[in-house]
Write a protein that binds this ligand. Structure first.
Ligand code: NAD
Length: 354
């Protein structure tokens, strides 16, 4: 057993079908009586439902969350929370709504309660992100950590097949990188392994039948574990690349994760054999990179950067950006290596056996 440090994050988790009905009880438990509810425009109906469930404890509903939190979107929500004299925020939806809640928590120091409806995992991390002039900044701040998270699988039933698949692969990516993180610890590794197994088993069942509540619950459980791992240990090449590609070329977040993951795993396979063995076992396959590629393909998710609209003439610039700032990664990151990875991802080639 090697030495490790593990900071557990103090988040209360309420899990189960129908548990959103407890939102007012949970807000009261945090002493909140003037809550601002947040969602994206697409999740307005759900946001209204949650606002209604909060009754007199809700003072407003703001349905203007946007992916990657453009700085003006964050400022508008902070302004509204100030005007309403809100004493807390409730974010309902995916990483975009939760990301907006984090900006309110960061700027006003208000407690955040999250009701996630995708598998992004943001609700389990103290990482905030915002975008200014197309450049995304992320940082850690304990203030932005949600105090309470309600995971209600019923709220994910309407998540379309395609979004379920890519959002699920986004969660798998957190777990994969947690297994080879420089600061991995035995507990997050167990969670990461469990997460991959739960998602690999449940996502195909969801794509076959999006109304399968059992599979929805298993996927949300897997996403929770992936989020814990993401919040506890440092991410590497895969997250760095996705961050770069998403920001510079405006590619969709979860889809980029889905396409890059098998290739990032292949890049790191020789340098992280123990992690690969655990990933492969959790996937129920003999080869981790191929197993990740096959899972995405089985889910009908995109498997090439070309399918996401990237142009092959962008690859050189993407490689430059990806190697601009050094970061921890099991395999040495070289420009030639990244070019090869991006070329494979661009064409959607199945990785060679590790
Ligand atoms: P998202 O929140 O934009 O949701 C994706 C899509 O799913 C949207 O169109 C949304 O309307 C739809 N949707 C959400 N819930 C639904 C439901 N129940 N039914 C039907 N449709 C639903 O995207 P996301 O992938 O959840 O999150 C991505 C964002 O979160 C990015 O900005 C990313 O950077 C951020 N993120 C942050 C962290 C962190 O730790 N800070 C972690 C992961 C992701």
């Amino acid at each position: 057993m090697r030495d490790f440090i593990y900071d557990t994050l103090p988040i209360r988790v309420v899990f189960g079908p129908g548990q959103v009905s407890q939102i007012a009880v949970e807000a009261a438990r945090l002493g909140l009586g003037r809550v601002l509810v947040l969602s994206t425009p697409g999740q307005r109906a759900l946001g209204q439902r949650v606002t209604h469930l909060l009754g007199a404890r809700a003072v407003g509903f703001h349905a203007y969350a946007k992916m990657h939190v453009p700085i003006e979107v964050g400022a508008a929500a902070v302004g509204e929370a100030r005007t309403l004299k809100a004493d807390g925020a409730v974010a309902v939806g995916g990483g975009s709504a939760i990301g907006l809640g984090k900006i309110i928590a960061r700027d006003l120091g208000l407690p955040l309660l999250a009701v996630p409806t995708t598998y992004s995992g943001s609700e389990m991390t103290a990482i905030w992100g915002q975008t200014e002039a197309g450049v995304k900044t992320t940082a850690r701040d304990p203030k932005v950590l949600p105090r309470t998270v309600i995971y209600d699988p019923e709220l994910t039933m309407a998540l379309p097949r395609a979004t379920s698949a890519t959002s699920g692969m986004n969660a798998v990516a957190h777990a994969v990188e947690a297994l080879y993180a420089a600061d991995a610890n035995p507990i997050t590794s167990i969670m990461a392994e469990q997460s991959i197994a739960a998602l690999a088993q449940s996502l195909p069942r969801i794509v076959a039948d999006p109304n399968n509540i059992g599979a929805r619950g298993d996927a949300l459980y897997g996403a929770w574990l992936a989020g814990v791992a993401l919040g506890a240990v440092g991410m590497a090449l895969h997250h760095k690349l996705c961050h770069t590609l998403g920001g510079a070329f405006n590619l969709p977040h979860a889809e980029v994760h889905t396409v890059i993951l098998p290739h990032a795993a292949a890049y790191n396979a020789a340098a992280a054999p123990e992690a690969m063995a655990r990933i492969a076992a959790a996937l129920g396959t003999s080869d981790a990179p191929q197993g990740l590629f096959d899972l995405a393909r089985r889910l009908g998710a995109p498997t090439s950067l070309a399918a996401l609209g990237l142009k092959d003439t962008d690859l050189d610039h993407a490689a430059d950006l990806a190697i601009a700032n050094p970061y921890a990664n099991p395999a040495v990151v070289t420009r030639a290596g990244i070019c090869g990875l991006l070329d494979d991802a661009y064409h959607g080639r199945r990785p060679a056996e590790a």
